[in-house]
Design a protein around this ligand. Structure first.
Ligand code: UGA
Length: 426
């Protein structure tokens, strides 16, 4: 059993803390937000992540929440950093929360390992190492242990990882972090710190590249009469390609991909390298979100004076996260075009993020009287909608299925003009 301090009670910190507690370790989670710590102490989980509340409750006797650094680091063997690294205006990762944690460790007496879970640019570990040494903390090791958990599936991803990446300056600290994961079955990749940092950024870049690739294939399918869903199935069965991350749609969003792509682009640029492919991946994604507007206009002409329902606001299902969600871009574009926006999402507080829209409690309510609907997030609830009834309640039964979630034939039979993404062949 080890003692683990986790800095940051966000998605990554809470999942990491809960999963280490489940393995039998003593975990103290520290955050700077009093309301967040108070809520956690009361047993309330400030974010929506399936299974997290139960996991925290089940391990409550091994979990402590605090605002106090001294309490968090007392006797800790591992100091996990899981603070946010949001983009700055230039696209670089803002590491100020990381530096605050490093500075707060000044005076730490016991040997421990500082483990970086937050996504950081390559080279951050080396800089932290110097900073620790300058602060007289040579006895604190540094390990990069990036996270690969996806929101909505984070606990499963942590407990059944495709791999655990451990990059250390000193093999003993890497061994200790590997041992901390005992009980979790998954291949361990041991490497240097810079490579571990790059594995994280490159993995996300590879996934984003696949999404932009299939989105461009979808756009060509639209122009040529092929169906991207069949195409993705057909290429995904090639074992060298594989089926994952080939769902065409209105582009990726979330707290990770947009931020990490910009950070990698900036990292390359500041190292003197123009990352041409990544630039294209980002640009394709931006254009993809806007193509929906073009589809609506093709059917409705000008959008001025129309009303459009957005079905789903979260950047993907099973999360309440709307960071960089395509819904925000769409709502903004629609408003700029003079359309009124109605919206539904099963868990997102729509009014808080889209004050100009009217928010409705059910898909059918949001659809009442609108000129068009856009399926933005593939919430399972949308598969249960009575689309024949929906077509009746809309003033014009046009649906742009931004996730290719629904069956075009069924929707057309229900009375809809159906437009998917890259599905002209259907
Ligand atoms: C992503 C990675 O999948 C995780 O491995 C990584 O740890 C995480 O970022 C991170 O860096 O923290 P996440 O952003 O939670 O996880 O969500 P994903 O499930 O990867 O989806 C990202 C976006 O891509 C969503 O907007 C989703 O709708 C979109 N997507 C995904 C597609 O448009 N098509 C696909 O085929 C798959």
């Amino acid at each position: 059993m080890s003692r683990v301090a986790v800095f940051g009670a966000g998605y990554v910190g809470l999942v990491t803390g809960a999963c280490f507690a489940e393995l039998g370790h003593e975990v103290t989670i520290r955050d700077v937000l009093p309301e967040r710590i108070d809520a956690l102490r009361r047993g309330e989980v400030p974010i929506f992540e399936p299974g997290l509340e139960e996991l925290l409750a089940r391990n409550a006797d091994r979990l402590t929440y605090t605002l106090d650094v001294a309490e968090a680091v007392r006797d800790a063997d591992f100091l996990y950093v899981a603070v946010g690294t949001p983009p700055t205006y230039s696209g670089d990762a803002d590491l100020s929360a990381v530096w605050t944690v490093v500075d707060e460790l000044r005076g730490l007496e016991q040997p421990a390992a500082l483990v970086m879970k937050s996504t950081v640019p390559v080279g951050t570990g080396a800089t932290v190492r110097h900073r620790l040494d300058d602060a007289g903390l040579g006895h604190v090791g540094y390990v990069s242990n990036p996270e690969f958990t996806a929101e909505g599936n984070a606990i499963r991803d942590f407990q059944h990882p495709d791999r655990i990446v451990i990059g250390a300056f000193d093999a003993a600290h890497g061994d200790a972090v590997a041992e901390l994961h005992r009980g979790i079955d998954g291949p361990i990749v041991r490497c240097d710190v810079a490579s571990a940092e790059m594995i994280k950024l490159a993995a996300n870049a590879a996934l984003m590249t696949r999404i932009s690739f299939i989105n461009e294939i979808a756009n060509v399918c639209e122009a040529t009469g092929a169906d991207v869903v069949r195409v993705a199935e057909g290429i995904g069965l090639d074992s060298r390609i594989g089926p994952s991350f080939l769902r065409a749609g209105i582009g990726y969003g979330g707290s990770c991909f947009p931020k990490d792509s910009l950070a990698l682009k900036q990292l390359a640029a500041s190292s003197g390298y123009h990352f041409q492919l990544l630039n294209a991946v980002i640009e394709v994604n931006e254009l993809q979100k806007r193509r929906v507007i073009g589809k609506l206009k093709r059917h409705l002409g000008s959008l001025r004076g129309t009303s459009v329902a957005l079905l789903g606001l979260a950047f993907k299902p099973n999360t309440d996260d709307t960071r960089e969600a395509p819904s925000l871009v769409l709502a903004g574009r629609l408003a700029a075009e003079g359309a009124t926006v109605r919206a539904w999402d099963p868990i997102v507080d729509g009014q808080a993020i889209l004050p100009q829209a009217t928010i409705h409690a059910s898909p059918l309510e949001a659809l009442a009287g609108v000129d068009a609907a856009v399926l933005v997030t593939e919430w399972p609830e949308l598969a249960e909608v009575d689309w024949t009834e929906a077509a009746r309640t809309m003033s014009n039964a046009l649906l742009v299925d931004g996730r290719n979630m629904l069956d075009p034939a069924e929707l057309r039979a229900a009375g809809f003009v159906y437009e998917g993404i890259g599905r002209n062949g259907q």
